[in-house]
Design a protein around this ligand. Structure first.
Ligand code: FES
Length: 151
């Protein structure tokens, strides 16, 4: 399998990995098929994502895509971050092997889940704002890996 230099770099040296104590937006999603879990934490001030960290119990591509995703949303507004697609993350990494595309979807979903949490904490219904990409099989806007389903 061929991974780009950027993927290898973000896998070997993930950016923004770790806990964030003062996060005010936290999202956790999982992929039922591979069992990988991704947690995104953000600090948002005046609708701007001033800091973003992640933790993942996932494959190398999950590490690389979430690392890149945190870099892409940092400094952006919530509205801009909502436009971030897994495709944009993949492009920023110079592509991913086809079998690893779902890993980048997990990164996108984790960002969205964090933003859902951000709105919920303010008493705002996130559904009309965040919506759903419809691509994720197990994301129900908050704890995506809550349901067990046998393959
Ligand atoms: Fe599950 Fe990559 S194999 S996220």
């Amino acid at each position: 399998m061929n991974y780009s230099k950027k993927v290898m770099d973000h896998f070997a040296h993930p950016r923004n990995v770790g806990e964030m104590e003062d996060a005010n937006a936290v999202g956790m999603v999982g992929n039922q098929k591979c069992g990988d879990i991704m947690k995104m934490m953000m600090k948002i001030e005046n609708d701007v994502i001033v800091d973003c960290k992640f933790q993942t119990f996932g494959c190398g591509a999950a590490v690389a895509t979430s690392s890149m995703a945190t870099e892409l949303v940092k400094g952006k507004t919530v509205q801009e971050a909502l436009q971030l697609t897994n495709k944009a993350v993949m492009e920023a990494l110079d592509g991913l092997p086809a079998v690893k595309v779902h890993c980048s979807v997990l990164a996108e979903e984790a960002i969205r889940a964090a933003l859902v949490d951000y709105y919920k904490r303010q008493g705002i219904d996130p559904e009309p704002i965040v919506g759903c990409s419809g691509e994720c099989t197990d994301c129900h806007h908050d704890h995506g890996h809550g349901e067990e389903e046998e393959e």
